[in-house]
Write a protein that binds this ligand. Structure first.
Ligand code: NAP
Length: 294
């Protein structure tokens, strides 16, 4: 775990612990964030932009080497970061993740539940254990960090963002456990908004569309083996930088739901008002562009 740079933040006393976060100017100045799964991909970019806008960030992942490299690169850029190797589907590890934020920076304001594993497998072929693994990573990988962080987030009237997908707005062949897990997060956020209204905590969901991936990104096949992600037409992909910028806007405005891209809004519209047309389109595109799914 690397050391933060302590300095004082006018108007933002530490909620717990000793060291206040460093004073870097920006929209998130003085705030402390955990971004799960931030050793790579969209999570890493989100963590980078939070740092650039003044936050102190706890980086997280399961791969020690990748996490170390990301943390060192961020430290070299002068960002206030620490890292915590933790599997977010394990509750004690999530308690350790939150304790890392409090010990290093004295408070916690923002949780971005980004980590998950995806799949490239048809339901009929899937081993039950693989379905459970993908579903768990999407559901418990968001629930457990939030449960562990709730006392600190309540004290800070903080913000929680579940990173979801536009495929949670409808269905996607070859993505059963992934889509089911992402869809569950929307209902969870809604229910918790009602249940936790008096705490002032922001609870929102960001539905992300096709985004450029790290070259080494892997998803699970039907037997649980890591495989490269299916082909995506490059012109339909947003960059990780663009997507992270939108996630930060969502947190800053404390939005309930952000749907990224025109395609995302089209899917939402069609599946709300013309669900049969939406299903027809998915089935037709599935027949014509099967390689997008497999
Ligand atoms: N990229 C897209 O096109 C796209 C589209 C829609 C939604 N999204 C969503 O955006 C988020 C980020 O996706 P991404 O493309 O950046 O994926 P990614 O590159 O695979 O990043 C996810 C990170 O989370 C980590 N992780 C997975 N399970 C974990 C666990 N249990 N505990 C701790 N870390 C864990 C992964 O580490 P390991 O390598 O160890 O698994 C990886 O470092 C995900 O929620 C994804 O569903 C992405």
């Amino acid at each position: 775990m690397s050391k933060p740079t302590p300095s004082s933040i006018p108007g933002r006393a530490p909620v717990l612990g000793t060291a206040p976060p460093p004073a870097r100017p920006g929209a998130f100045s003085g705030q402390v964030a955990i971004v799960t799964g931030s050793e790579s991909g969209i999570g890493r970019e989100t963590a980078r932009q939070l740092c650039q806008q003044g936050a102190a960030v706890v980086l997280n992942g399961r791969n020690p080497e990748r996490l170390r490299q990301t943390c060192e690169a961020f430290e070299a850029a002068g960002y206030a970061v620490v890292s915590c190797l933790a599997d977010v589907t394990d509750y004690p590890s999530c308690q350790r993740l939150v304790a890392t934020a409090v010990q290093a920076f004295g408070r916690l304001d923002i949780l971005v539940a980004n980590a998950c594993i995806s799949q490239r497998a048809y339901f009929v072929d899937m081993q039950p254990e693989v379905f459970r693994q993908v579903l768990d990573s999407n559901v418990y990988g968001a629930v457990y960090p939030l449960m562990a962080a709730l006392p600190q987030l309540t004290q800070a009237r903080g913000s929680v963002t579940f990173i979801s997908s536009i495929s949670a707005l409808n269905g996607m062949p070859s993505g059963s456990a992934y889509c089911a897990g992402k869809a569950a997060l929307s209902n969870l956020a809604h229910t918790l908004r009602l249940e936790l209204a008096s705490t002032g905590i922001h609870l929102g969901v960001v539905h992300i569309g096709f985004t450029q991936n790290d070259p080494d990104k892997r998803v699970l096949d039907a037997g649980g083996q890591p495989v490269p992600i299916a082909y995506r037409p490059p012109r339909w992909q947003k960059s990780q930088t663009e997507v992270a910028g939108i996630i930060l806007g969502h947190i800053r405005r404390r939005r309930q739901r952000t749907v990224i891209s025109a395609l995302g809004w089209l899917i939402l519209l069609v599946h709300t008002y013309f669900p049969r047309l939406g299903d027809w389109f998915v089935r037709t595109s599935f027949r014509r562009f099967r390689h997008w799914y497999e």
